[in-house]
Design a protein. Structure first.
Length: 342
């Protein structure tokens, strides 16, 4: 495949994430064509395809889908198995929305069926400008060695919107909880910023709604972080649909505390988070980080990196292999405590 060759993309899933984010970006990406859109609700796929002058496909079997170079799987993780097996057999690259898998074992099994450059996971917060800056600050030890991370995310919500959502569908229990649906993003962000290679769950408490987690509070020790010190990093983690959170990531260094909000346009500050009025913004440093300050920019950058990796047969920043530790930690928080995973 040449750098200027057009890449055809088939889309499985015509829900909100496709409608609001993936499709507007992809139809405006050079050398990309949308081959078709498929959804188990044919009327939804047709309405979205018609809005963009595209083709919708209705079928009850993945084997009947038309050929494409890349398949976007924007459907619940629980329903992807047949599609992944089919596209692996066909030699089609796949880009999956988060969460990528519900267990580390499942994650590894999927990885075994694809080349590293041909399988992506949609953890687009890695492309936020503040995430790139925080990662660089950790790597370069700007404020001494990193010794702690605090992450909190969420708010009072049932977790789904006014219209129908997979979060309301009892068939998709593994992906309906707050940790998999929302928290996997902030878990991945913490692992990416720190460049951790392992973890040790020290404690974890969950508030359950039947089989669905609504709040998770954990203490995790991150291992092998990107610093000259071999000391592990203590992470305090909270994600909730039951109460308000400060929606921040805080990095505690030997000589300073650096923090940011979790939205794409968040600025990075240094100082005491208890007195934000006295903090200093690292705006000049952020301007050196070529990253996204809007969600659509982040979706564009993740697709740009993935497609470039596909063209050059090189593993991209959002390869599914790079997200294995994220899946492992999410699984550990939902199922175990006090066991080391690396």
């Amino acid at each position: 495949m040449q750098p200027t060759d057009s890449i055809s993309i088939g889309i499985v899933g015509a829900g909100a994430i496709t409608r609001k984010s993936h499709l507007p970006v992809l139809v405006n990406t050079p050398n990309v064509t949308i081959a078709w859109i498929h959804d188990h609700r044919p009327e939804t796929a047709k309405a979205l395809a018609d809005a963009y002058g595209l083709k919708s496909v209705h079928t009850t079997a993945p084997e009947q889908l038309p050929a494409c170079d890349v398949a976007l799987l924007a459907i619940p993780v629980d329903g992807r198995g047949e599609y992944l097996r089919h596209f692996a057999a066909r030699g089609t690259a796949v880009f999956c929305e988060k969460p990528f898998a519900t267990s580390a074992a499942e994650h590894r099994n999927i990885l075994a069926s694809f080349a590293p450059h041909a399988l992506g996971a949609g953890f687009m917060r890695r492309f936020f400008q503040y995430a790139l800056l925080l990662r660089r600050i950790v790597k370069e030890r700007r404020f001494g060695p990193l010794y702690g991370i605090d992450v909190s995310e969420g708010g009072r919500s049932k977790g789904s919107g006014a219209d129908a959502s997979f979060l309301d569908d009892p068939r998709f229990g593994a992906s309906r909880g707050v940790l998999a649906d929302l928290g996997s993003h902030s878990v991945d962000l913490a692992l990416y910023v720190s460049a951790a290679s392992g973890f040790d769950v020290r404690s974890c408490t969950r508030v359950m709604d039947g089989a669905v987690d609504r709040k998770v509070t954990a203490a995790v020790r991150l291992l092998g972080v990107a610093s000259e010190s071999a000391a592990p990093i203590d992470m305090n983690y909270d994600v909730s649909w039951l109460d308000g959170q400060n929606n921040q990531i805080r990095l505690r260094f030997a000589n300073a505390t650096v923090w940011s909000g979790l939205g794409p346009a968040s600025e990075v500050y240094i100082g005491d988070p208890a007195f934000p009025q006295d903090a200093m913004s690292l705006a000049s440093e952020a301007s050196r980080a070529v990253g996204a300050t809007t969600y659509n920019q982040a979706f564009y950058l993740e697709w740009q990196h993935f497609l470039e990796g596909l063209r050059t047969h090189s593993e991209s920043l959002i390869s599914a292999r790079s997200a294995l530790l994220t899946t492992s930690l999410v699984e550990a928080l939902l199922t175990t405590a006090g066991s080391q995973h690396d």
